[in-house]
Design a binder for this molecule. Structure first.
Ligand code: SF4
Ligand code: SF4
Length: 180
């Protein structure tokens, strides 16, 4: 007898709650077990370079993570929303991200970084690689890659079960552009 395994879909609201839970547990673990060995961002003399360095940033996100970020953008005053939207479109265009969506090496300056306030979604919808990132003097103090990868696989699966087959995670500006 032929047996076909059906994918069990979940609702967006539930998926966003689970995403928030994965994110906050991950952030708690990174804070507890690793960040004490990292440089303090509050005293950083190059604050934001980690988000704006166009040769370094290559954060990819799933559609579910993009939805969580867009919800936060939509809470902002209309003027700020319009300005973020412009920055997102400009970033996609400037770095040719739309055509390089499947290229993991394509980097960009993140449009969610604000000079005065830092990451726009720091407390609410920060992507997992950004949570894991900090500046460590010693390589052996860094969180192991598997820790991040394991969470990324869970979030990818969550997104897939929410929206069906939706391709690979995309560069953050592209994923946001598709929803805005
Ligand atoms: S992660 Fe590094 S570069 Fe970025 S603000 Fe913190 S110390 Fe500075
Ligand atoms: S999402 Fe936030 S932390 Fe991540 S690169 Fe953009 S501004 Fe930086």
């Amino acid at each position: 007898m032929h047996c076909r395994q059906e994918m069990r879909f979940i609702g967006e609201k539930t998926a966003l709650e689970r995403l928030a839970d994965i994110r906050s547990r991950f952030a708690e673990g990174i804070r507890r077990d690793f960040e004490h060995a990292a440089k303090d961002c509050l005293t950083c003399e190059t604050k934001g370079v980690c988000c704006l360095d166009a040769h370094f940033v290559n954060v990819r996100i799933t559609r579910l993570e993009a939805v969580a970020i867009v919800r936060e953008i939509e809470r902002l005053p209309a003027e700020s929303q319009a300005s973020i939207r412009r920055k997102i479109l400009d970033t996609v265009e400037r770095f040719g991200l739309e055509n390089a969506a499947e290229d993991n090496q394509q980097t960009y300056a993140c449009p969610l970084f604000e000079r005065d306030t830092g990451c726009l979604v720091h407390h609410t919808a920060k992507p997992l690689p950004c949570i894991a990132h900090a500046c460590y003097e010693r390589k052996e103090d860094l969180p192991p890659d598997e820790l991040l990868q394991e969470r990324e696989v869970r979030v990818f699966e969550l997104s897939r079960r929410t929206y069906g087959s939706d391709g690979l995670p995309k560069p953050l500006p592209v994923a946001l552009k598709h929803l805005l």
